[in-house]
Design a protein around this ligand. Structure first.
Ligand code: HPA
Length: 246
């Protein structure tokens, strides 16, 4: 069953016929919100609001381990994560979409692994290609079918937040090869890999990153881009859910 993790601007999913909502607990604690089971055009999906519903948990306080574990326990076989991001690559534009293929992780101090305590052996997962390529291709194919413009690859730089970056930090990230910047891509992607759940990201650009325009970043512009772009994201999620096969 496909699971969707909704980010900023997607705390509940329009178009989802809700079948059940379950308040669950895991050995890592409680996930951000109820696990919603629903159907999209007859296909069962799971939905979890990363920041809670209503939105109240900041990026560095999200219990990523509980979220991934809860979805795994609920029967997820793959995860599509939705993330609002800042654009760094010059072709990014507010309300534009990217399906990234790489990650650079700048987060710190987050519970970032299931392999921390009570180990029989030390585990190092392969994470060369952090996103699942078949799942990325499924998203790209559905985007093409819907005639949605998407950037088909790019590097997601994951920052700690909750503050936005300095212009200097964005220049460093640019030199590091980052194309977009967000606060929630990690450790979520790595935890999904640790429990062998294929994982891909739909990134919605909601502002150009710090210092790349003459303006400062306002919540109003972010909200406007979320409003403009989320319809496209929902269409992409629905058609991807429809064709997804376990
Ligand atoms: N930086 C980090 N995270 C973000 C941004 C940004 O500019 N926009 C939305 N999430």
């Amino acid at each position: 069953m496909l699971a969707i993790i909704g980010g900023t601007g997607l705390t509940q999913m329009e178009g989802l016929n809700v079948v059940s909502r379950q308040q669950v607990s895991t050995q890592w604690g409680e996930p951000s919100a109820e696990i919603v089971t629903g159907s999209i055009e007859g296909k069962e999906v799971l939905f979890l609001a990363r920041h809670g519903h209503p939105h109240r948990i900041p990026p560095h306080k999200v219990n990523y381990r509980a979220n991934i574990q809860a979805l795994k326990d609920a029967g997820a076989t793959a995860i599509i994560a939705v993330n609002a991001v800042g654009g760094i690559h010059p072709e990014c534009e507010p309300a534009g979409l990217m399906i990234p293929d790489q990650i650079v992780d700048y987060t710190w101090g987050r519970e970032h692994t299931f392999f921390a305590d009570d180990l029989d052996e030390v585990v190092h997962i392969d994470f060369s290609w952090p996103y699942d390529e078949p799942l990325r291709q499924l998203l790209l194919k559905e985007a093409a079918n819907l005639q949605l413009k998407v950037m088909d690859k790019g590097v997601y730089g994951a920052t700690q937040g909750p503050r936005l970056e300095t212009a200097g930090e964005i220049q460093r990230m640019k030199r590091d090869g980052c194309d977009i910047v967000g606060m929630t891509g990690m450790p979520e992607a790595a935890l999904a890999r640790e429990v062998e759940l294929p994982y891909a990201c739909v990134a919605l650009v909601v502002n150009m990153a710090a210092g790349l325009t003459d303006e400062i970043i306002t919540m109003a512009e972010i909200e406007e881009a979320l409003h403009q772009g989320m319809g496209k994201v929902l269409n992409l999620l629905s058609s991807s859910a429809k064709v997804y096969q376990d």
